[in-house]
Structure formats: structure tokens, C-alpha cells
Design a protein around this ligand. Structure first.
Ligand code: NIG
Ligand code: FE
Length: 417
């Protein structure tokens, strides 16, 4: 059936004011309790207090009635930053890191991202697709209904295109909406060791035009970090990408403050991500430029570093989003509930701010807010029924999956109704 009425739900949703929600707005949710949603062909046709909605719908319409049994209903999570297209895990490295070897030191020794590059180059497109698919399905079960996935473990034309193809195939094979990002500037590959400028030239002259011709990637990202790509190189890549219609995203100031936040604002990047070491002047510039601050607390957790200054960022009026950063090195999790729990418990975000960060602001961070990120008339009926009565349950019931049912375009994708 293509029409459905969801009743008896405790609906909590951010409200889309046409821009990502920063400052006090980030913590403001619309609450309908009890609320109802009327869905037609996967799109929200009506949403609001149950009394109003059921009264004018009963007359003369046929629909499937779904009782949410008083549980909390929130928008599907949007994970706007992942590297979940990879071929092998790096468990031995994890043990080295928790024993004290720094993350960037492992990369310097040819491990880290470069180890994942060797594995991806050896893997077939089919193998990459199957492995990425399994991770995306795991994320879906924990409430992620829209997902960004980056390339960045190929680092040559053939293997970056292979990754983007695998990522696009996950979009086709699952109910998820998958947004592909080109991250050719993730590390300097071994064949260009000591010649980052030479690699950037190849990236700009050969890879970017090939990525554009393939037509899959929507954004271009750069890992701007000491020993990886500096500010000038990042700018060169992102300006060339912009000319081809790929909007900028930046891994900014993750370990060292290189001024990535400020560069993101100058380029009007859609997001600047990580920001653990970012200076506040740069972050404030982002707010004025409409660049979303994507915070990745599971990375701080895994790298055992201090968390990003979420309170200062939000209080300065800069919209914050949350993402898993799911990757085999610095953050191996596909769980948005885990990330939201860390945001509340370790970064002092309120449950409402964390929800806005994981839905509306995350949707803005990948250019998807017209379709998803909040529950409003005209948007996709992507929502979750939680095992609890409020969004606080996500942080409160820690270490388990708080999502009871996942609906994508109005269809339950985790149950058989
Ligand atoms: O976002 N910082 C760079 N990229 C990833 C890590 C990738 C990896 O270690 O494989 C990140 O943390
Ligand atoms: Fe990342």
C-alpha cells in the first residue's frame, strides 16, 4: 500500500529553517505527543498532533494504519562522513595505537591509510562492493538512512574510479541514499613518496577529469594535515574540483591546526570535518560562510585525543553535525547512536542538539536537506521508532542499538509488517 498513517508516536524533529541550525536553534525540536504522520508514495503529506491529522484523514481515504505504541519517532540518521569502502581491517595497528604509537607515525612508516591503499588496489570491484554493502546494512540497522561514503584508498585513477563505482553500487543495492565523495587527496601514495606536489598535479590533471567523466562523485574532500597535504595543496585540489562542479569538503585541523577551518570558509565548503585542533577564529568564519562543522567524536574516542569543542562551536552560532568517520584506522564504527552518545556524554551536547546534528545539520553537510534531515511536509518519510520515549534514550541506553524500527521512504526496512 502506498498510503500509511502512523499514529501514537512521540515525534521529535528539528525544523528546517532553510539553513543548518546553529546556536540556540540547534537545540530546538518540534514535538508532537501524541503525533501522527501521513505518508503517500514515500513522502510526508501531513505531520502534526494526532487529533488534527486523523480527524481530517479518516473520511473517504484508504490507508494502512500503523500504531507506534507511544514510542519516540525521530528522523532517520544522516551519516555525512565515512570511509566505509575499504578492503581490510587494521586490527594490529589498533593494538599498536593503544600501546602508544601515534596515528600519524604509523602512516609515516607506510602503514595506516597506505596499508588500506595496498589492500584496495588488490581487491576487485565486486569484493569492495560486498564489503561496503555489509557495513552500510549494519549502519541502516542502527538508524542511518542516508550515508556519505568517500573514496581515498585507491590514490590512482583506476582504483579511485573502482571505489566510486563500488560506492554507487551500494546506493543501488540498498534502500539507503548514498552520497559519494572523491577523496583522492587522502594521502600521498608510495609511488609519489616525497613529492606531494607531483601527486597533486596528477590529481588535478588526470584524476579529477576522470572522476568528473565517470559522473558518480558529488563532493571533493582533502585530508589537510601536517605531513599529508598542506593548505596550498588543499586549496589547489578544491579549486580545481569546484571548476568541475564538485563542492568542497575538508578534513580540517584533525591533529594539527593548519588553518583548515578558515580555508573551508574561504572556499565556501559545504563542511569542514574533525576540527579537534581548530582555532575558534577559523570556526567562526565557517559559521558566516554557511559551512557546517562536522564533528567526529568516535575518532577522538579511538585516537584517545581530547574531543572537539562542541559547546564553544555551537554557542558561537556555528551549526554542528555528527558523523561516524567509519574507517579501518581512526574510527571503526558504523553506529550513529554510539556517536550521539559520545556527543552528549563527552562533548556536553544536549540530546536535542545531538539529534539535530545527526539529522538536519548532517543533511546540510552533504547537500541533502531538501529531501531528508527533518520530518516535514514534502520531505522523504525516512524515520526511526526508538525503543524509548525521548531522544535522550540514545545516549542513556548505551552500548546497544536503541533503534527498534527503521522506515525508509515510508517502508519498514528492518521488520516484516
Ligand atoms: O578521517 N584522517 C584521515 N582519514 C580518516 C582515517 C582514515 C584511515 O586511517 O584509514 C579520518 O580519520
Ligand atoms: Fe575522515
Amino acid at each position: 500500500m502506498t498510503t500509511k498513517l502512523f499514529i501514537n508516536a512521540r515525534i521529535h524533529t528539528p525544523v528546517d529553517g532553510g539553513a543548518p541550525a546553529g546556536g540556540a536553534k540547534q537545540g530546538r525540536l518540534a514535538v508532537f505527543d501524541p503525533g501522527a504522520i501521513f505518508v503517500k508514495n514515500g513522502i510526508i503529506e501531513r505531520i502534526g498532533p494526532e487529533k488534527e491529522i486523523s480527524a481530517d484523514l479518516v473520511r473517504g481515504r484508504i490507508y494502512q494504519l500503523i500504531d507506534c505504541k507511544g514510542r519516540c519517532l525521530v528522523p532517520g540518521f544522516v551519516d555525512p562522513h565515512t570511509h566505509m569502502c575499504f578492503a581490510h581491517r587494521r586490527e594490529a595497528e589498533f593494538e599498536m595505537r593503544i600501546a602508544g604509537t601515534p596515528y600519524l607515525e604509523i602512516l609515516k612508516r607506510g602503514g595506516g591509510i597506505l596499508a588500506s591503499v595496498r589492500a584496495v588496489r588488490e581487491a576487485s570491484a565486486e569484493e569492495l562492493f560486498q564489503k561496503t554493502l555489509a557495513r552500510a546494512i549494519s549502519a541502516l540497522g542502527m538508524g542511518t538512512t542516508t550515508l556519505e561514503i568517500k573514496s581515498g584508498y585507491g590514490l590512482d585513477v583506476e582504483n579511485e574510479l573502482k571505489m566510486l563505482l563500488a560506492i554507487e553500487s551500494v546506493d543501488r543495492a540498498t534502500p539507503l541514499d548514498v552520497v559519494p565523495t572523491f577523496l583522492g587527496a587522502h594521502a600521498v601514495p608510495e609511488e609519489f613518496a616525497g613529492d606531494a606536489d607531483g601527486y597533486v598535479s596528477m590529481l588535478v590533471d588526470e584524476m579529477l577529469p576522470a572522476v568528473k567523466a565517470q559522473g558518480i562523485a558529488r563532493f571533493c574532500d582533502v585530508f589537510c594535515e601536517k605531513g599529508v597535504f598542506d593548505i596550498q595543496q588543499a586549496r589547489r585540489v578544491l579549486e580545481a574540483a569546484a571548476k568541475l562542479g564538485l563542492r568542497a569538503k575538508i578534513h580540517a585541523d584533525e591533529v594539527h591546526d593548519l588553518g583548515g577551518a578558515s580555508l573551508a570558509a574561504d572556499l565556501r565548503a559545504v563542511s569542514a570535518d574533525h576540527l579537534l585542533a581548530a582555532d575558534m577564529a577559523g570556526v567562526k568564519k565557517m559559521g558566516a560562510a554557511g559551512t557546517v562543522a562536522v564533528l567526529l567524536p568516535a575518532t577522538a574516542y579511538s585516537l584517545k585525543t581530547p574531543y572537539a569543542q562542541a559547546r564553544t562551536i555551537i554557542d558561537a552560532g556555528v551549526p554542528a553535525a555528527l558523523a561516524t568517520d567509519c574507517n579501518p584506522g581512526s574510527s571503526y564504527t558504523e553506529s550513529m547512536p554510539f556517536v550521539m552518545g559520545l556527543a552528549v556524554m563527552q562533548m556536553d551536547m544536549t540530546p536535542a542538539e545531538a539529534l539535530t546534528a545527526a539529522t538536519l545539520n548532517a543533511a546540510y553537510a552533504i547537500g541533502e536537506a531538501e529531501r531528508v534531515g527533518s520530518l516535514e511536509v514534502g520531505k522523504q518519510a525516512d524515520f526511526l521508532i526508538l525503543d524509548g520515549q525521548s531522544p535522550a534514550m540514545i545516549a542513556y541506553h548505551a552500548g546497544v542499538n536503541p533503534v527498534a524500527e527503521v522506515f525508509k521512504r515510508g517502508e519498514c526496512v528492518t521488520c516484516s509488517r
